[in-house]
Design a protein around this ligand. Structure first.
Ligand code: ATP
Ligand code: MG
Ligand code: FE
Length: 357
């Protein structure tokens, strides 16, 4: 099926078009520049930017794919989770488009869409054939998410194995970047600075790993596969303060490298552990933090040691985009899943188990 996908859950207006598993168009307009002076995504600004970018981005995607609205078999849109106002622009736009063109509409889950990237020709390893393998997991690491999922069926059966209990990994990057005066978005800057620093100079905490990954004495096993980055952020803040209090220059590169090491270490250790305990043999990486050099390197090493096949899509398909929404939409059409009701709305807190609404 020929499917157009729309993504507006955060600060990227993404429109993608697929025919089955073949990617025909992949257009993204980002409002990231407008958030730089605030050091984080401002929801109202993001929503307004989506409003301005949505129709031009849809036009560009249709042109790039060389198809007309009329030829589409379905339209898919991110219904949640994400920023309420931002989601609403995409959902309203998609509803209007679907109604005007007389096409079925699929409101889909943003997190599951990140996994849908694995369906796309060229991303999907050849050994998988046409479908996703049964023992598949996904590690999603972005500005808003840090999650490990078990994917038994992309269209009907996705389970959350673990997630962050406070900040997302990308959010921690952004906050630490601010602490060491590195600018926004923090991920790329810290990644670059870390190359000049010594990752062993500070031993920053790996959250929720004390006592064999058991965090609470009252509830052993609780948070076994979860992450926490707030203690790490506090530890960085203390380190910075200690230098400042003594009027010493803050060793920003060493702090960046040590912070990055702590993030990569705890994310990969817990992800691989979750995979082992849940029989996951294939792991797909997604989210903007997938661009991180140390995370990629360490995850590849640890997956190899654990006998897990790792798939890392190109970065522009890891960050938020419409192609993943289109790819998941096409899968739903092929699996005979019913389209969304006409009264489809945005759901900022949509749980990951709900693949489509
Ligand atoms: P969502 O959480 O809904 O997916 P988002 O816009 O926060 O949305 P992405 O666009 O996927 O997430 O990714 C942006 C995040 O990725 C930012 O927090 C940014 O700092 C981080 N990031 C980008 N490049 C790197 C890198 N090289 N290392 C670490 N983090 C990075
Ligand atoms: Mg973004
Ligand atoms: Fe995302």
């Amino acid at each position: 099926p020929l499917v157009l996908g729309i993504e507006t859950s955060c600060d990227e207006t993404g429109v993608g078009i697929v025919r089955g598993t073949r990617l025909l168009a992949h257009e993204v307009a980002s409002s990231v520049e407008e958030h730089v002076r605030f050091g984080g995504v401002i929801p109202e600004i993001a929503a307004r930017a989506h409003l301005q970018a949505l129709i031009p981005t849809i036009r560009r995607a249709l042109e790039a794919a060389d198809v007309t609205l009329d030829e589409l078999d379905a339209i898919a849109v991110t219904a949640g989770p994400g920023l309420a106002g931002a989601l609403m622009v995409g959902v309203s736009g998609a509803k209007a488009l679907a109604a005007a063109a007389g096409k079925p509409l699929y409101g889909i889950n943003h997190l599951v869409a990140h996994v849908g990237v694995g369906l796309i020709d060229g991303v999907r390893p050849e050994a998988w054939g046409d479908a996703l393998p049964e023992d598949l997991g996904a590690l999603l690491v972005s500005g808003g998410h840090t999650e490990i999922l078990k994917v038994d069926s992309l269209s009907t059966d996705v389970t959350l194995l673990g997630s962050t209990i406070d900040d997302a990994a990308g959010e921690a990057y952004d906050k630490v970047a601010r602490l060491i005066g590195a600018g926004y978005p923090g991920g790329p800057v810290i990644d670059r600075m870390a190359k000049e620093g010594d990752p062993t100079s500070f031993r920053f905490p790996r959250g929720l790993t004390a006592g064999k990954f058991v965090c609470s004495a009252q509830e052993p096993g609780k948070h076994r596969h979860d992450w926490s980055f707030s203690g790490l952020k506090t530890a960085v803040s203390r380190a910075v303060e200690q230098f400042e209090a003594r009027d010493m220059q803050v060793p920003a590169a060493d702090i960046a490298a040590s912070f990055q090491e702590a993030v990569a270490d705890v994310i990969t250790a817990k992800a691989v552990r979750a995979c082992r305990e849940h029989g996951i043999r294939h792991l797909l990486l997604g989210g903007g933090v997938a661009a991180n050099s140390r995370l990629r390197g360490l995850l590849a090493d640890r997956c190899r040691s654990a006998g897990i096949e790792l798939t890392v899509p190109p970065v522009n398909l890891c960050t938020d985009n419409g192609a993943m929404v289109a790819a998941l939409g096409a899968r739903l059409v092929m699996d005979g899943v019913a389209p969304s009701p006409a009264e489809l709305g945005a759901d900022p807190g949509l749980p990951v188990q709900v693949v489509s609404v």
